[in-house]
Write a protein that binds this ligand. Structure first.
Ligand code: SF4
Length: 168
């Protein structure tokens, strides 16, 4: 019997690969400095919503769980559901998706060029295929789906943060 694509990579291996991609991105000699202004977290304002591959969504979901939460709620103002409503900071900054790390605003030095990170994008796409992903979904949809999956061992670290209080 043919194996399904989901059987090609365990979620533990997927999480480890996404973590390795993020770690490698940090090592890239590209001048960027995210100042955590959170402008890019306000999707209605920017007109751009990040798309997440399945592995990124899984990683973000693990960070959300590590922060003591099990679900996200979409916001009426169109900002990222992970933008803390009171602190105005990203609730999973250490576990934030690839596009949150690379599509910097002008103040941070502008976005990475595709050439600078294309190999990392391909690795994330490979994980997506191996997990049976569909090539990327909007951040809210991708994370909701990942949170609906059974919990797997998480090595994603995130500071616990009370839900009642909201990048960057
Ligand atoms: S995940 Fe965090 S950094 Fe990315 S858009 Fe949401 S709040 Fe901003």
């Amino acid at each position: 019997m043919a194996r399904t694509s989901r059987e090609l990579m365990s979620r533990e291996v997927a999480l480890a690969e996404v973590k390795a991609v993020y770690a490698e991105l940090e090592q890239r000699p590209v001048e960027r400095d995210c100042l955590r202004r959170t402008e890019c977290c306000r999707f209605k304002l920017t007109g751009k919503t990040p798309y997440l591959t399945a592995g990124e969504a899984l990683y973000a979901a693990a960070a959300i769980r590590a922060a003591g939460q099990s679900r996200i709620q979409e916001k009426k103002d169109g900002s990222c559901p992970l933008l803390h409503p009171q602190t105005g900071k990203c609730e999973i900054y250490e576990g934030r998706p690839f596009s949150c790390r690379t599509h910097f605003c002008a103040a941070a030095g502008g976005p990475y060029t595709r050439r600078e990170v294309v190999d990392l994008i391909r690795r994330l796409e490979d994980v997506d295929v191996a997990l049976g992903g569909s090539g990327g979904q909007t951040l809210p949809t991708a994370i909701k789906e990942a949170l609906a999956e059974p919990i797997v061992g998480s090595r994603v670290h995130s500071k616990p943060m009370p839900r009642s209080r909201g990048r960057g």
